[in-house]
Design a protein. Structure first.
Length: 388
């Protein structure tokens, strides 16, 4: 960036803009956060009172105008974030910047607000299936990508959205590099691999860059990756959810009518406790649970052929029976799955005749059957209101 264009220069300009309290400026009131400068473009957010968010558009425009006048600034993108009461300490302090998607329509002013308030599902997408887990490390992303490929083998038009903002895996799992191209209507064209349409935050930031974002920023990014991407006509959009039961899951349930959720767990009790939480979360927001998958189920020794239940065996099947949800199948713990995943060659595509690939096909077939059964009762996306 030009030497004279620094975060301090941006903050200096913003100190001349009056904040919510006319007696103080934006910076001294602690309303400015997440300043990012890239190739003459400046991105930042203004924290506003959620109850008065609609009143702050003029303030946003004043901040944008002030920064645009700074020498070296070629473009400014300012968003309003209503995640805390004004005056609270912003994440990282004033002027702390995190790498943001560069050159993306996701950063245009008002984009997050527009996406959040765009009603209904995703145009052209018939069914959205969430692949989720209660905890990390259970092979959810690997399962999601092979599940999507198994659906595609059935002649369906399939896309996959990597909704794990903090730890996106799809670029590595599918061997994809580069950035999506912008198309008409301020949308991005998804990347493509093995016949799947793919979108991930991993395409927009460097693989080693941490995404240190507050919850509302994650929710906005998810809304935009769903609704500001030119998905085209899809029979199924598989969403690889981040682990846990937090903002991302609630955003998905609130913004779009999920057709169903597939829960991934390993067999041991510790993983099943968290899988149970994830399953119950989807039930609470009226998302049909299509079933439970037991990943890393049994290890077959490549030398002697003997099975070893390293993480136990049958725990997910027993838990599914106890909770009254379908059991979709078991995926073995194999070196082949690990190697093909690390190499960007998912096992369903690269080793279609393997036992692992067949296990994913069976899971996909059972999930589709459950999807058809659950679609008997149409439902609306639930409205979730979070009160502090």
């Amino acid at each position: 960036m030009p030497e004279h264009l620094t975060k301090e220069r941006v903050l200096e300009a913003l100190r001349r803009v009056k904040g919510a309290d006319p007696g103080a400026d934006l910076v001294s009131q602690g309303l400015v956060s997440e300043i990012v400068i890239h190739k003459g473009k400046v991105y930042f957010a203004i924290q506003v009172d959620p109850a008065r968010a609609g009143e702050f558009e003029a303030l946003r425009q004043a901040a944008e105008k002030a920064v645009a006048a700074v020498p070296g600034v070629e473009a400014v993108a300012v968003t309003l974030t209503a995640d805390r009461a004004p005056g609270g300490a912003p994440a990282g302090g004033n002027g702390s910047g995190q790498d943001a998607p560069q050159g993306s329509p996701f950063t245009r002013p008002g984009a997050a607000r527009d996406a959040r308030h765009r009603p209904g599902g995703v145009p052209g997408v018939a069914n959205i299936i969430a692949v989720a887990s209660g905890k990390g490390g259970v092979g959810k992303s690997t399962t999601a990508v092979n599940f999507a490929l198994a659906l595609k083998e059935k002649g369906l038009r399939v896309g996959i959205l990597d909704a794990d903002i903090y730890g996106p895996s799809m670029p590595r799992l599918l061997g994809l590099k580069g950035q999506p191209q912008q198309v008409s209507g301020n949308k991005l064209a998804p990347m493509e691999a093995y016949g799947l349409k793919v979108m991930s935050m991993g395409f927009l930031v460097d693989e080693e860059t941490p995404m240190i974002w507050r919850g509302p920023m994650v929710m906005s990014a998810l809304s935009q990756m769903l609704k500001d991407v030119a998905w085209g006509e899809l029979d199924v959009l598989v969403v690889d959810m981040p682990p846990g039961t937090g903002d991302a899951q609630l955003t998905m349930a609130q913004q779009v009518p999920l057709a169903g959720a597939v829960i991934i767990s390993t067999p041991q009790d510790l993983a099943l406790i968290d899988a149970r939480k994830g399953l119950n979360m989807f039930r609470k927001v009226n998302v049909p649970v299509l079933g439970l998958v037991e990943n890393m189920s049994t290890f077959i020794c490549p030398h002697c052929g003997e099975p070893s239940n390293i993480f136990g065996h049958g725990g997910a099947r027993a838990e599914a029976a106890r909770l009254g949800v379908p059991f979709l199948g078991e995926v073995p713990l194999t070196l082949e799955i690990r190697e093909t995943s690390d190499e960007g060659r998912p096992v369903v595509a690269s080793a279609p005749s393997s036992p692992a690939a067949e296990a994913y096909r069976e899971i996909a077939a059972r999930a589709l059957s459950e999807l058809e059964r659950s679609k008997g009762a149409a439902r609306q996306a639930p409205r979730i209101v979070m009160e502090s």
